[in-house]
Ligand binder design. Sequence first.
Ligand code: AMP
Length: 453
Amino acid sequence: MTSFHDFGLAEPITRALAEEKYATPTPIQAQTIPVVLSRRDVIGIAQTGTGKTAAFAVPILHHLFTNRRRPERKTCRVLVLSPTRELSGQILDSFRTYGRHVGTRAALVIGGVSMGAQVRAVQNGVDVLVATPGRLLDLVTSNGLRLGEVEFFVLDEADRMLDMGFIHDIRKIVAKLPKQRQTLLFSATMPGAIAALADQMLRDPAKVAVTPSASTVERVEQRILHVDRVAKPAVLAEILQRDSIGRALVFTRTKHGADKVVRGLAKAGISAHAIHGNKSQNQRERVLAAFRQGEVLTLVATDIAARGIDVDGISHVVNFDLPNVPETYVHRIGRTARAGAAGVAISLCDAEEAAYLRDIEKLIRMSIPATDHRTFPRQAQRSITESRTSRPFAHAAAKRRQRGPGKAQRKQDRHEQLRKAPNGIAAVAFLHRDIRSGHNTDSRRGEDGNPEG
Ligand code: AMP
């Protein structure tokens, strides 16, 4: 399929897609849309960033448009479950965007905010309800919503749901759905438990897949920096001060780790914000909105919180910690290189994480080059620069430096941090020189220990 018109979609939908400047369906859309239109169940192996939201939202909207009926009170015709509040909000936005000429009623039911408004939102019935599992069950058990009228059930990011312990909630929800329905399940990976759940939930599903290796992994310029654990904060600060870094997403394994990184960056004069489960919904939304608008340039996130971050133009993903689940690495680096853009993923790996690195390389079937004696490739620099549309990087770097310690003080602090962490120095010097110059030289000059290159 080379055009959305080839699917025979209703005109109000193709019009909205044209307004969004979607010219060609992505591979997951090309595979999924016709199958959903033919009313079959679908198992989709695809991660966020592949265009999978439109892959299910577009044919569902077509169905709602061609089978118009008023939803009954306290019911929904389409139920979409997603693991996080952020992702749920983004899915709702997508339905509203693609469905803006269809006239669908859509609502969001998520935890962390008061339930009263949500009860009222579904009072008169909605076409599309996007929800996180826990709050949805609360609404159902308090008789605010009945699930007996659901025509489409979408389970998004099923593997993540499993990781987050939602499996029992999902089973309870599925038990309340009518047998006669169309079910679409999307997951980035297919562990045994998800395959078993799919077996129970879906009827003769069509399998569609876009492998990460074909979509994201190959487009992301990946590098490993071998550093001592204690050197990581200083190395991160160095990386983030490069002019080549636009919008950066830094990952840590724990919430505590995310806060610590933010504090460490603040000491180095770099403004960053953390986003994780301990932050209130309001805080998370504010920070995300600021990140999207380019007001915040560095976001430090845990995997779960970052799951729903759908922001284009993230130039760099930095793994402050390597994830212990290799699939998580693929999810993380998929935050950059979205919608066909180029991106860079830099992972800081200490001695204790070597085993994680091996698992990751096995999964992605490639070995990630170490930024060591080799240089940061020129190609990556060019492609990132080209892919960036908003503010220039130099401006971004300047903006990232918050008003705090003066330049001299910062430099001294950095030297001090690096002095305490000898193994970090070589790596930083290389990265500094390589990123800035873009030269493909095999020189070892950077090993002289001068972090200013
Ligand atoms: P998703 O995987 O659904 O999170 O989508 C990733 C990004 O790709 C979103 O920012 C979408 O707006 C964008 N996108 C989805 N489909 C297309 C398309 N056919 N052409 C261009 N961009 C798209």
